[in-house]
Design a protein around this ligand. Structure first.
Ligand code: AMP
Length: 145
């Protein structure tokens, strides 16, 4: 299964935030939308960074509640690894495992077209494994009579 197929199933809406917003604004969106990360868009609507719940926990754990007034740009990860629509689930798992993160913005020609989370990847991987097991059962049934 490819990223394009996953996005066709789950939709292409991406929750984003600006670099000048505060961490407390970001935390409110993460909580309301029940998601784990926001893609940070710069002026030109290009991906400027990614801010995950882990980034917020890291600064609040270190500096306490006042850290929530910091700007998103001060805390976000700026070297963002992105996926393309022609990538497979295995390639996504590889990128997430190597980078130790759970979110991948999907870009085509530097334009943000979707986002894939580790939950999306695990769901498709489980479906693949179940399908393989069904095929194997059907095959055994055929050859064993
Ligand atoms: P996550 O596991 O996605 O909550 O993120 C863990 C850390 O990796 C946080 O510091 C994020 O800012 C960062 N991060 C998340 N996704 C990406 C990505 N696609 N590229 C680079 N860094 C990321």
């Amino acid at each position: 299964m490819t990223v394009k197929q996953i996005l066709e199933q789950k939709g292409r809406e991406v929750e984003t935030i600006g670099p000048d917003a505060s961490l407390s604004d970001a935390a409110a969106i993460l909580s309301q939308k029940r998601i784990g990360a926001l893609v940070v868009l710069g002026d030109n609507r290009r991906v400027a960074g990614i801010l995950s719940e882990r980034d917020i926990v890291r600064v609040v754990g270190r500096d306490g509640g006042p850290a929530l007034s910091q700007r998103v740009a001060q805390v976000m990860t700026t070297k963002v690894v992105t996926a393309r629509e022609d990538m497979t689930v295995d390639q996504l798992m590889d990128l997430m495992t190597r980078g130790r993160f759970r979110h991948l913005p999907v870009c085509e020609d530097e334009r943000l077209v979707g986002v894939i989370s580790i939950g999306d990847v695990v769901k498709r991987r489980i479906e693949d494994v179940e399908r393989e097991a069904d095929d194997m059962r059907a095959y055994i049934h055929t050859v064993a009579g």
